[in-house]
Design a protein around this ligand. Structure first.
Ligand SMILES: C[S@@+](CC[C@H](N)C(=O)[O-])C[C@H]1O[C@@H](n2cnc3c(N)ncnc32)[C@H](O)[C@@H]1O
Length: 281
């Protein structure tokens, strides 16, 4: 019978054409063997039963076809919590954690604020914030009913479903259930050109409606700023994830269309890329 190391090597070779072949092979093996990724190595001389080897080969074949590991496993971690993911929702990205980090600096743990998560997808923002702030209440909105179903299950998984109202709706229209103390959102912001050049792992598997936003990536932002600002209470905060070069264009839109609101600040990551726009009404 082949050992764990034999299968790991063979899987890695079959995954040579996709992103992160070694990590993908480890994660898929760990899933089937019911162990940690570290144990795949630590017990590398252990033999793998034929049914498990066959199951690993099946998952590796899906990955070799470009399917992201998160969809194959049906889960992804965000801010230390595990979330269900499915093809109806965007796979949570670490960039989005910047929003939660900032929320943690804005509100005291026991504070009872009311917030909206617009374009909730898998529900990561609404559910993580509701988990961190036990008295906060949320409205989580998405156009996609299949996405809202995933988000509802994630809220139930983390015990916060009773504090999140899930709403199917369009965030470019007047927003219901306001006013809000806080609005968080990670709207689609990929430009058409970036999408055309993106890895097939993104374009063939993740929902385009969750990613693309016109020629300059700002169609959704332009359309949602009015309703968002209307729905914030005076002093309420907006934290919006943006494209890596979108900070300045958004500042310009704000000073032209909403000169009474300011200042608008741009939160950058360690590499210096624009990540989040922050403002108070
Ligand atoms: C970039 S994804 C973000 C998902 C999730 N919040 C996250 O951070 O992983 C954008 C989400 O916005 C939703 N969406 C796109 N246009 C929308 C609109 N006009 N109104 C409401 N939701 C919209 C998409 O269905 C998708 O779930």
């Amino acid at each position: 019978m082949p050992t764990r190391l034999d299968i790991l090597r063979e899987s890695e070779a079959r995954l040579a054409g996709v992103d992160s072949p070694r990590l993908s092979a480890q994660l898929l093996m760990a899933e089937v063997l019911g162990c940690s990724t570290a144990a795949v190595y630590l017990d590398r001389d252990r033999e793998v039963a034929p049914d498990q080897a066959a199951r690993i080969a099946e998952l590796v074949a899906r990955r070799a076809g470009g399917e992201p590991v998160a969809y194959i496993l049906g889960r992804r971690e965000f801010y230390g919590l595990e979330f269900e993911v499915a093809p109806a929702v965007l796979i949570p990205r670490p960039e989005t954690e910047h929003i939660v980090e900032r929320v943690e600096t804005l509100f005291a743990r026991e504070s009872a604020f009311h917030f909206a998560d617009l374009g909730t997808g898998s529900g990561i923002l609404a559910v993580t914030i509701a988990t961190l702030f036990p008295h906060a209440k949320a409205v989580a909105m998405d156009l996609s009913e299949p996405a809202l179903e995933v988000a509802r299950r994630n809220a139930a998984r983390h015990g916060v479903a009773d504090r999140i109202r899930f709403v199917r709706g369009d965030f470019t229209r007047p927003l219901p259930h306001g006013p809000y103390d806080l609005i968080v959102t990670n709207p689609p912001y990929v430009t058409e050109r970036e999408m055309a050049e993106a890895s097939p792992e993104v374009t063939a598997f993740e929902p385009a409606s969750a990613l693309v936003s016109g020629e300059d990536g700002l169609d959704h932002v332009r359309a949602m700023l009015g309703p968002v600002l209307d729905a914030l209470r005076p002093g309420g905060a907006l934290l919006m994830e943006v494209g890596w070069r979108h900070g300045e264009p958004i500042k310009k839109i704000m000073s032209r269309d909403f000169p009474e609101i300011g200042p608008v600040s741009i939160i950058r990551d360690l590499a210096g890329y624009d990540r989040v726009v922050f403002l108070r009404k």
